[in-house]
Design a protein around this ligand. Structure first.
Ligand code: GAL
Length: 335
C-alpha cells in the first residue's frame, strides 16, 4: 500500500514537473520602455498589458522614462547590449530617436523591436527587418469625436448660447508636435466644416495630455471668456478633458443643473472618463483600445514571427508595411 502511494506521488510529481517545464518553455520575457507612466492612458495600458502578459506567460521588465528622452535612450542602449536578445517594446519619448536606434543595431541582429503608441517614420521602420509599429489612426479618433459633437449639436439647436451665429469652441491639445494632437484637432475641425457647422476657436492651448494643465487652461478660458461664450470643449485626450470638467465642476457646471452644462469631449476612454460619461458630466469619449493593443503586443512577443501574414492571422488585424493599426470605438452618452 505504502509502495503504491509512493509510486502515485512520484507519478503526480513528475507530471507536475513536466507541466511546469512545458510552462517554462512557454514563458517569454520582454523589456518594455514607457515614455511616461504618469500619463493616464499609458498607465492604464500598463495595467492591462501586465495582466494580459501574466495570463499569457509573458513576463515584462518595465522602464519608465518620465518624459526624459536622454534617460530613455541610455536605458535602451543598456538593454540592447544584453546577450539575452529579449524582444523590446518601445514607447518613445522622442520619435526621431527610432532611426538612430535601429541603424545602430549590429548587421546580424534579429531582435524583435516593437514600437507602440508614439509613431515612428516609415524610413526608420523600413531600416530594420524585425521592427514593427503598433498604434492607431489619429484621424479616425478625431472623426469619431467630431461625430459625437455633431450629433449633440443637431439634437440641441440652441447650442449657440450667446447668439453670435457660431459655435464658440475651446480646444485643449496634446503635445505640439505629436501626430495624435495635430491630426485629431485637424480632423474635428474638418468634420465641423463638412457638416456646415460654423465655429470659432475662442481658446486653444497645448495642455500636453495632462489633467492639471487641462484644469489650469480651462480655468483661464473661463475667466477670460466667461461661461456664456464657451459652447463646447474639445480635448485631444481624456486626462485633459477630466481636468477641464473638474474645473467646470467647481463653478457648478456639468453637475446636476441642466442650465449649467458645457459639452466636453475627450479621447481614450480611460476608466475616469467612462464614469464621467455615465454620470453625464462629460459628453463623450472615444475608445483608444488599450485592451486590443495589449493583446496584440503580447501575441507578437509570444509568436516571435517576422512573417506579416502569420502575425496578421494571430492578431486578427492587417499588417501593412510593418504597421498594425488598432481600431478606435466610439463611446458617448445619451445627451
Ligand atoms: C495618445 C493618447 C494620449 C497620450 C498619448 C501619449 O494616443 O490618446 O492620452 O497617452 O497617446 O503618446
Amino acid at each position: 500500500m505504502k509502495v503504491k502511494n509512493a509510486l502515485k506521488v512520484t507519478v503526480v510529481c513528475s507530471q507536475l514537473l513536466l507541466a511546469a517545464s512545458a510552462f517554462a518553455a512557454e514563458t517569454k520575457s520582454a523589456d518594455i520602455f514607457y515614455y511616461n507612466l504618469t500619463d493616464s492612458f499609458i498607465a492604464n495600458l500598463d495595467r492591462i498589458l501586465t495582466q494580459k502578459g501574466s495570463e499569457q506567460g509573458v513576463d515584462f521588465k518595465k522602464y519608465n522614462a518620465l518624459d526624459d528622452a536622454f534617460a530613455q535612450s541610455e536605458t535602451i542602449d543598456i538593454a540592447l547590449a544584453d546577450k539575452e536578445n529579449k524582444p523590446l517594446l518601445i514607447n518613445l519619448v522622442d520619435s526621431t530617436y527610432a532611426n538612430e536606434l535601429l541603424t545602430s543595431l549590429p548587421k546580424d541582429s534579429d531582435r524583435q523591436i516593437i514600437f507602440f503608441n508614439r509613431d515612428i517614420s516609415d524610413s526608420a521602420l523600413a531600416s530594420y527587418d524585425n521592427a514593427w509599429f503598433v498604434g492607431a489612426s489619429p484621424r479616425e479618433s478625431g472623426r469619431y469625436q467630431a461625430d459625437i459633437l455633431v450629433s449633440y449639436l443637431k439634437a440641441h439647436p440652441d447650442y449657440d448660447k450667446n447668439k453670435n451665429g457660431v459655435l464658440d469652441l475651446v480646444m485643449l491639445k496634446g503635445e505640439e508636435t505629436h501626430l495624435d494632437a495635430v491630426l485629431r484637432t485637424q480632423e474635428v475641425l474638418k468634420v465641423l466644416n463638412e457638416q456646415g457647422i460654423k465655429y470659432k476657436v475662442v481658446f486653444s492651448a497645448n495642455a500636453n495630455w495632462q489633467f492639471q494643465k487641462g484644469f489650469d487652461f480651462m480655468d483661464q478660458a473661463v475667466s477670460s471668456l466667461t461661461f456664456n461664450n464657451i459652447e463646447a470643449v474639445v480635448c485631444n485626450n481624456d486626462a485633459m478633458a477630466m481636468g477641464a470638467i473638474t474645473d467646470l465642476n467647481q463653478y457648478g457646471y456639468n453637475l446636476d443643473d441642466a442650465n449649467k452644462y458645457i459639452p466636453v469631449l475627450g479621447i481614450d476612454a480611460i476608466p475616469e472618463a467612462r464614469q464621467a460619461v455615465k454620470e453625464g458630466r462629460m459628453l463623450g469619449t472615444v475608445c483608444n483600445d488599450a485592451t486590443k493593443l495589449s493583446e496584440v503586443l503580447v501575441t507578437m512577443v509570444k509568436l516571435g514571427s517576422k512573417d506579416p501574414a502569420e502575425i496578421s492571422k494571430a492578431i486578427g488585424l492587417p499588417v501593412e508595411n510593418k504597421r498594425i493599426s488598432i481600431p478606435y470605438h466610439q463611446i458617448c452618452n445619451a445627451q
